[in-house]
Design a protein around this ligand. Structure first.
Ligand code: ATP
Ligand code: MG
Length: 441
């Protein structure tokens, strides 16, 4: 094994070594080199105390001095350099109350969560791997450093991290870990929404988002998303469905492209179903009005997870509109696109395709063909630059003011003009629209 570390990382390690300190690349970047993935960031661990790190480099930021972390800037690129440390007693199953610095790299590696994350690498002396991380990577196994019951009790977030790494790598999760999760799942309620969000987002944007199932099977989902967990117990006796609501949602999730708003919408689009289930005389289940209940629950979840407003708006729109029906005609598609928004309409089509793929395969062929035809028509609509919103109209508020319209009349007249143009794009001309609006007044 002879890895080429980036110049900046070599410079940081060499600088510290020349001052008599030990220094290694550590954690995620070493794991990623074994996985032949380009590391997102390079972390460095060193025996140098924080003050010595600050003194060794021209540009540093004291990011987390108490925990021994200094950010070293090489040009604009930040590198986290952290003093070897051991964690003291843990507070509330979240974070250590105190940390102690140490001279021993092994001690630093022993505080890390999983064996594959507990390796360090030096360009000359090579790999430090006291817990068998390399072997576990070869075996495709996620294993804790130490006893999972102890490690999850210290920091309950590690349970979500195990599932996240499994979703990213496809590795299986050690049986001991799965058993510990079943026992300790309730501790997750002590973890902040932001930390839960970061792991959930990484799981959803991985190659295997349906690993959310592991969260359900271990009881973690019942703590972080109880609204979704109950869906696995909601059966759907309906010709369109062969899966319960939870399994259906995961199938939809698997079939969406890697976009956070689409994947969240896939996960949450049917969470209102358990509240709205009715069964008719023939024994068929219906879920009338579930879209608006799902939207309300999704809004609560999004607030809890502290997702940003842009993601929130997109997810809520998709959840609310996921069942929107339209005929496969340009007229009907223009109308639907004007309601959901020009850019969001492609996402709505993607979600509806994924939703169909999560339904009874014998029933979906026609639906998929219709959605494909709708997409082709929508591409033509965009290529023709057909008006889809008031701002695309050939007239504006000023034209109507000049004709004597005022206040609310202006908005109403513009909406009427948009209606006309959605039906017939060739009417999007100033004279035609002004004449038609006045004629229908
Ligand atoms: P990513 O590729 O998503 O950045 P990562 O493994 O680098 O994954 P980070 O959150 O950046 O994850 O953490 C860096 C390293 O710090 C991990 O590889 C691990 O060694 C250690 N670590 C992070 N979080 C924890 C935790 N909650 N408990 C124990 N060790 C942790
Ligand atoms: Mg990292």
């Amino acid at each position: 094994m002879n890895w080429k570390l980036p110049q900046d990382v070599l410079y940081i390690i060499n600088t510290l070594n020349q001052k008599g300190y030990k220094a290694y690349a550590v954690g995620g970047c070493v794991r990623d080199m074994f996985l032949k993935k380009t590391p997102q960031d390079w972390d460095i661990t060193t025996s140098a105390p924080p003050e010595a790190i600050i003194d060794s480099f021209p540009k540093t930021i004291p990011t987390g001095i108490k925990h021994g972390t200094v950010t070293v800037l090489c040009g604009k690129t930040p590198y986290e350099v952290t003093t070897f440390r051991v964690d003291g007693a843990y507070e509330d199953h979240r974070k250590p109350e105190t940390v102690t610095f140490t001279e021993d790299i092994r001690e630093d590696l022993s505080r890390r969560d999983f064996t594959m994350n507990a390796m360090a690498y030096h360009p000359e002396t090579g790999l430090r791997d006291p817990f068998g991380g390399r072997e576990d990577i070869e075996r495709k196994l996620i294993r804790c450093v130490g006893d999972p019951l102890v490690r999850f009790d210290e920091d309950a977030l590690r349970m979500l991290r195990a599932v996240r790494f499994s979703a990213q790598t496809g590795f299986s999760i050690d049986e001991d870990i799965l058993a510990a999760m079943k026992t300790l799942a309730p501790l997750l309620s002590a973890i902040s929404g932001e930390r839960v969000r970061d792991e959930l987002v990484k799981t959803l944007l991985s190659d295997r988002p349906a690993k959310v199932r592991v969260l359900h099977e271990t009881g973690l989902l019942a703590v972080i998303l109880p609204e979704l967990d109950r869906c696995f117990y909601t059966h759907q006796n309906h010709p369109y469905h062969i899966l319960n609501v939870g399994d259906h949602s995961l199938r939809v999730l698997e079939n969406t492209p890697k976009s956070l708003s689409l994947r969240l919408a896939a996960l949450l689009h049917d969470i209102g179903k358990p509240d709205m289930k009715t069964t008719d005389e023939a024994g068929i289940d219906h879920f009338k009005g579930h879209g608006s209940v799902s939207t309300k629950l999704a809004e609560e979840i999004i607030a809890r997870l502290r997702l940003d407003n842009k993601t929130k708006d997109a997810v809520l729109l998709l959840v609310r509109e996921h069942d929107r029906q339209f005929a496969v005609t340009k007229k009907s598609i223009r109308r639907a696109a004007s309601i959901v928004g020009k850019d969001m309409f492609f996402d709505l089509l993607s979600l509806q395709v994924a939703d169909a793929l999560g339904q009874n395969p014998t029933m979906v062929t026609e639906r998929l063909a219709r959605l494909e035809a709708a997409k082709a028509l929508y591409n033509e609509i965009l290529a023709d630059e057909d008006a889809l919103s008031v701002s695309d109209l050939a007239i504006g508020g000023r034209d109507l003011l000049e004709l004597g319209y005022c206040g609310k009349e202006i908005g109403a007249a513009l909406s009427k003009a948009l209606e006309l143009v959605l039906d017939d794009p060739s009417a999007n001309q100033k004279e035609i629209l002004l004449k038609k609006i006045q004629n229908t007044d």
